[in-house]
Ligand binder design. Structure first.
Ligand SMILES: *Cc1c(COP(=O)(O)O)cnc(C)c1O
Length: 404
């Protein structure tokens, strides 16, 4: 038996790596100045922020002035959506229209719902197919003269499906060319790359996006730092008032050590991308093959269009949260799509959008991989998986799993 704990929940969060911690350390108690102060202490902190911003801008193919540091993806997403709508609300004929998808992170969905409630925007939520993919045709049909924002995530955090961001970007570019000749305002394009950053090309011009958000703690930075990229000239009203920090778009004293950590982590992503994709892809393939040997288990997402670090399964006759707890007892961290909110099991909105009925979506189990995982760990998970599901299936014998 393995004594070591096995962490397979990297899509939820990740540990801070040594290199990142080492880069940050200095700015807690040595160069701790307030970057807004002109004295030496302040200027050292300012310099560290500038350096980090430049590194990140280079990685994204952006300019440093287009990066706003935030407390995470949630804040960046709020700023992008609310900030854009607030900025163009009065310049628009008719109510601004947003197009997004049914499988976005709650930060996007709830922000859109908030804007609907304020009556500031009308929102279209695009459906997805059984793999979780949106259809470009559906998107085309949804676009109206009032459409000002399209927001689609790059990689879905629950199933790992990769959405066709570059294709959407190209479509919007074409539409905007004719809009500009007709003196209409363009459509802005936002994507959340939090789950994509480590594995896919996130260059803003390659993707054709105007707004991009991410959170650091999914790639080895502490929780509580992220950023919004906004293409120059994208209208944006800040959502947090106060000081003039972050080009007047996000007031509040900068989190210097965490911003330094974010820059370091992105530098490491850049250096290690090729090997880490290869390693994690291999581990996922092994895991998927092993888990699918069990009866009544289905892989969600797509085999070709999936991120390498996420494998989500639907297990018949076993409940996700129960599996999670049994795994946890064995020292293994995994995740389940269904969340137990106030005693009620809520089916995942992502699986529901993919056409999974609620009783089946309760059997969802997500494994998400990171750079510390090994082949031996995957062997162990595959080995104990049948034990766990059989235990649960015996407890619920009335679920007719195999006689369909
Ligand atoms: C984790 C995550 C977020 C939210 O990040 P926070 O750090 O909680 O703000 C947003 N989008 C995706 C895809 C995520 O995985």
């Amino acid at each position: 038996m393995l004594k070591k704990k096995i962490y397979l929940d990297y899509a939820a969060t990740s540990p801070v790596t040594k290199e990142v911690l080492a880069a940050m350390k200095h700015y807690f108690s040595q160069d701790y100045g307030n970057p807004s102060e002109p004295h030496l202490w302040g200027q050292k902190a300012r310099f560290a922020i500038d350096k980090s911003r430049q590194k990140i801008a280079d990685f994204l193919g952006a300019k440093p002035q287009e990066i706003i540091f935030t407390s995470g993806a949630t804040e960046a997403i709020n700023l992008a959506h609310k900030g854009l709508i607030e900025a163009i609300r009065d310049t628009q004929n008719g109510k601004p229209h947003i197009i997004t998808s049914l499988i976005e992170h709650k930060a996007v969905l709830e922000t859109c719902q908030h804007l609907e409630k304020l009556n500031w925007a009308e929102v279209t939520y695009l459906p997805v197919d059984k793999d979780g993919l949106i259809k470009i045709e559906d998107l085309k049909k949804a676009i109206k003269p009032e459409t000002v924002l399209i927001s689609v995530m790059y990689v879905n955090n629950e199933v790992g499906i990769i959405e066709p961001i570059r294709e959407i970007g190209q479509l919007i570019k074409k539409i905007n060319q004719s809009r500009i000749t007709n003196h209409q305002s363009p459509i802005y394009f936002h994507t959340d790359v939090t789950q994509a950053l480590q594995y896919l090309n996130c260059n803003v011009d390659y993707l054709g996006v105007d707004l991009l958000s991410l959170s650091g703690h999914k790639f080895y930075v502490p929780k509580g730092v992220g950023l919004l990229y906004f293409r120059k000239k994208t209208p944006l009203v800040r959502q947090q008032d106060g000081g003039g920090q972050e080009y007047r778009l996000r007031a509040g004293t900068e989190n210097v050590p965490y911003i330094v950590g974010l820059g370091k982590a992105i530098e490491l992503v850049q250096q290690n991308k090729v090997q880490s994709v290869k390693l994690i892809k291999g581990l996922r393939e092994k895991l998927v093959k092993g888990i699918l040997k069990n009866q009544g288990v289905r892989l969600m997402g797509s085999s070709e269009k999936n991120a390498p670090h996420i494998a989500t399964f639907l297990v018949e006759g076993a409940e996700g949260e129960a599996m999670l707890l049994l795994f946890s007892e064995k020292g293994i961290a995994v995740s389940s799509g269904s969340a137990c909110t106030s005693g009620l099991l809520q089916p995942s909105h992502v699986l529901t959008a993919m056409g999974v009925p609620p009783e089946k979506s309760h059997g969802s189990l997500r494994f998400s991989l990171g750079k510390e995982n090994t082949s031996k760990e995957i062997d162990y998970v595959i080995e104990i998986f049948p034990e766990i599901i059989n235990k649960l299936r015996k407890m619920a014998p009335n679920l007719d799993i195999f006689n369909r």
